[in-house]
Design a protein around this ligand. Structure first.
Ligand code: AOF
Ligand code: ZN
Length: 375
C-alpha cells in the first residue's frame, strides 16, 4: 500500500475514534490521535470527557516508549498554547515522534499554525490536510463556533409520504419507525443542545432526552423557544429540569400576532411565570432574535444545536439562514388532510444545500444535506 493510502487509512481511523466523545468535550473539540509504528497502531487517544487531557497526551501515554520514531495521526493540529494542560506539540517532540499527520489546522487564535511550526522547527516531518473534508465534518461544531461565533445547526425533520411533519392539534404522530427514532436519539447524544418551539413542547409534551441503553447520561441541554413563557410547569420538560438542564428563551423573537395581542401576558404575569419556571430549575433567558440567541449559546460553550420542531421554528431558522445541515427522515406513512406541511421536503430543499449522504433505516430513509459553504 502506498504512503498516501496508509495516511488516509490511519486518519480515517483517527477520525472514527474522535467521534467517541463527540458532544462530551465542550468547549473543547473531540480530537482523535493514533500513534503508528511500522504500520501497527501502538497508541490511541481521544480528548477526554470534559475536554482534558487532550488526545495526543493520552495517545503518547498509551504508546509509551513505542512512540519514539513513530508517526502520529491527529484529526486537529496539535495545540501550542500553555492552557490548562501543556502544549501537545511539545509533548510530541519530547516523545521522539518522527512524523505528524494532521487533518485540519486549528482556527483557535492561540494555535492556528503555531502547533505545526513547533513540530517542523523540531525537525519533525509534518503532512497536513489529510482527509481534511472528513476531519472538518467530525469537527463541525467546534469549527463553526470558532469561526462564526455560533453553534453548528442541524435541522431535523421527519416527513411523511405526503410531505407532512404532524397532524394539527395532535401530539407525536408516528411518521418514522423505530430504527429512525433510535438514529435521532443517537444524534441527540452527540449534540450539545436540542431546541424546539413551545408549540411542539405543549402539543407533544416531549422529554427530548436520550433513552438509548448505555447513553442515558448523554442527553443534551434542552431549549424551548417560548416568547411569552407559556411552557406549563407540569410539562415533562419543566418537571425534569433538575436532571437535564432546560433553557426557556423568551423575548421578542417574533411580533405578537394581531389576534393574540389580548392574550399576550402583561409584565406581572410574565414575571410570575418566570419565577414559577425558575423554581422548577428551568433557566429563563431573554433573546431578541435567533442570531442573538445563537451567539449567547456559543458563548456558554454550546457548539452544536439540533433543531427538532415544529414547522414554524424550522421555517424561522431557514429564513434566517442559520441552518448548516438538514437531516431529513422520510417515512412511508401518509398523514392525510389534517397534516402540518413540512417547510421543506426532499424535493424542495433550498439550492443552498447539497446532498451529503443517504441511508435506509428499515422502511424509512435518511437524507443528509449540507449547506454549500460560502466562505
Ligand atoms: C489538542 N488536542 O485533544 C484538543 C485540542 O482549554 P485548553 O487548554 O484545553 O485548550 C483548548 C484548546 O485546545 C481548543 O480551543 C483547541 O484549540 C485545542 N484542543 N488540542 O492538541 C486535543 N481537544
Ligand atoms: Zn493539546
Amino acid at each position: 500500500m502506498s504512503g498516501a493510502a496508509d495516511d488516509a487509512r490511519f486518519m480515517a481511523a483517527a477520525i472514527e475514534l474522535s467521534l467517541k466523545h463527540l458532544g462530551q468535550t465542550s468547549t473543547n473539540p473531540s480530537v482523535g490521535c493514533l500513534i503508528v509504528k511500522d504500520g501497527v497502531v501502538v497508541g490511541r487517544g481521544v480528548t477526554a470527557k470534559g475536554g482534558r487531557p487532550h488526545a495526543e497526551a493520552l495517545a503518547l501515554n498509551d504508546a509509551g516508549e513505542a512512540a519514539r520514531g513513530a508517526t502520529a495521526y491527529v484529526t486537529l493540529e496539535p495545540c501550542s498554547h500553555h492552557g490548562k494542560t501543556p502544549p501537545c506539540a511539545n509533548a510530541l517532540v519530547a516523545a521522539g515522534i518522527a512524523r505528524v499527520v494532521v487533518a485540519v489546522t486549528d482556527p483557535d487564535e492561540r494555535v492556528s499554525g503555531r502547533g505545526l511550526k513547533i513540530l517542523r522547527d523540531a525537525g519533525i516531518e509534518v503532512t497536513s490536510s489529510v482527509l481534511e473534508e472528513e476531519g472538518r465534518c467530525a469537527l463541525a461544531g467546534y469549527l463553526t463556533r470558532q469561526t462564526k461565533g455560533r453553534p453548528y445547526v442541524i435541522l431535523k425533520l421527519a416527513v411523511s409520504a405526503d410531505g407532512m411533519i404532524g397532524r394539527r392539534g395532535e401530539g407525536q404522530v408516528a411518521i418514522t419507525g423505530p430504527m429512525a427514532r433510535n438514529q435521532v436519539q443517537l444524534l441527540r447524544s452527540v449534540t450539545d443542545a436540542i431546541l424546539v418551539g413551545v408549540g411542539t413542547a405543549m402539543v407533544d409534551d416531549p422529554e427530548l432526552t436520550v433513552r438509548l441503553e448505555g447513553l442515558e447520561d448523554r442527553s443534551p441541554i434542552r431549549i424551548v423557544l417560548d416568547r411569552r413563557l407559556e411552557l406549563p410547569i407540569g410539562s415533562k420538560l419543566a418537571r425534569t429540569a433538575r436532571e437535564v438542564p432546560v433553557i426557556v428563551v423568551c423575548g421578542a423573537l417574533a411580533p405578537v400576532p394581531e389576534d393574540r395581542v389580548s392574550e399576550a401576558a402583561g409584565p406581572d404575569n410574565r414575571a410570575a411565570r418566570k419565577a414559577a419556571l425558575e423554581a422548577m430549575g428551568v433557566e429563563v433567558l431573554e433573546a431578541p432574535d435567533l442570531d442573538c440567541l445563537l451567539l449567547g449559546l456559543a458563548s456558554r460553550g454550546i457548539s452544536s444545536l439540533l433543531v427538532e420542531g415544529g414547522a414554524r421554528v424550522a421555517a424561522d431558522f431557514l429564513a434566517a439562514d442559520l441552518v448548516d445541515e438538514i437531516d431529513l427522515y422520510q417515512g412511508d406513512v401518509s398523514v392525510g388532510p389534517d397534516g402540518i406541511a413540512s417547510p421543506v421536503t426532499r424535493e424542495t430543499i433550498p439550492q443552498t444545500f447539497r446532498p451529503l449522504r443517504s441511508q435506509h433505516l428499515g422502511s424509512d430513509r435518511l437524507d443528509i444535506f449540507e449547506r454549500v459553504r460560502k466562505d
